[in-house]
Design a protein around this ligand. Structure first.
Ligand code: CP
Ligand code: NVA
Length: 259
């Protein structure tokens, strides 16, 4: 039922990428095009950021020329410094600490398949990374619970769960206990962008945190499986699960554009 809907005609989005992207780049650019505006893609290496121009100056300049900015970068403080010097809204397209656009898409995907997420249980298996932080922020807002299981030494830093009631967050040492009665099982790569030096150690330490068919059987029979992608089959998830009937990862990726 596609209908032309172009409220952003004559509007310009600038996208600043300091890390790689497939979904975020294409979803923002295609989405902006559908809404009637245009998107300018700026990879760090093509900009003066790579030659030491301060982020504050880049923010001042870009925000005088465009209507909205999306940034994917390393530390959250970088996007905060950009936003503090920007005249226009700044969207977080992923930092080391947060990935809010992903969780908007994930919740939308859950609602599409199963209805309201309030009162449901999400099991997060693996690394206590940026995507998990955004899940936890959403839990209090939407009223669901996140069961988190991470390997020893990779637990969620306590300050990131601060203020979350047991109705919204519970930590488990055993991943099989975390998925019990879950409505949604989700995971992500063991090594996020920017942490590549830890890759070999993480492969060893996370070996028991692979989501496989046996783990999915511990969740509710109609549980969904999600993964923000890109995925490493045979590491954090088996091919049987991500390519199997409970997986909704392709709808999840498409919904990045719709949200
Ligand atoms: N899920 C996600 O953000 O994908 P990209 O890294 O490809 O943008
Ligand atoms: N946690 C991953 C998500 C990629 C979309 C990373 O930061 O690399």
């Amino acid at each position: 039922r596609y209908e032309l809907y172009q409220p952003l005609r004559d509007r310009t989005l600038a996208m600043v990428f300091e890390k790689a992207s497939t979904r975020t780049r294409v979803s923002f650019e295609a989405g902006m095009n559908q809404l009637g505006g245009i998107a300018i893609n700026l990879n760090r290496g093509d900009t003066q950021l790579s030659r030491g121009e301060p982020i504050e100056d880049v923010a001042r300049v870009i925000s005088r020329m465009v209507d909205v900015v999306m940034i994917r970068t390393f530390e959250q403080t970088i996007i905060e410094r950009f936003a503090a010097h920007s005249r226009v809204p700044v969207i977080n397209g992923l930092t080391n600490e947060h990935h809010p656009c992903q969780i908007l898409a994930d919740i939308y995907t859950y609602v599409e398949h199963r209805g309201a997420i309030a009162g449901r249980t999400v099991a997060w298996i693996g690394d206590a990374n940026n995507v998990l932080t955004s899940w936890l922020e959403a839990a209090g807002i939407f009223g669901f619970k996140v069961n988190v299981s991470t390997p020893p030494g990779y637990q969620l830093p306590p300050e990131r769960a601060q203020g979350l009631s047991p109705r919204h967050f519970e930590a488990f040492t055993d991943p099989r206990a975390a998925v019990r009665d879950a409505d949604l099982v989700t995971t992500d790569v063991w090594t996020s962008m920017g942490f590549e030096a830890e890759n070999e150690a993480r492969k060893r330490d996370f070996a028991d945190w692979m989501v496989d068919a046996a783990m999915m059987r511990g969740a509710k029979p109609d549980a969904l499986f999600m993964h923000c992608l890109p995925a490493h089959r045979g590491e954090e998830v088996t091919a049987e699960v991500i390519d199997g009937p409970q997986s909704v990862v392709w709808d999840e990726a498409e919904n990045r554009m719709h949200v």
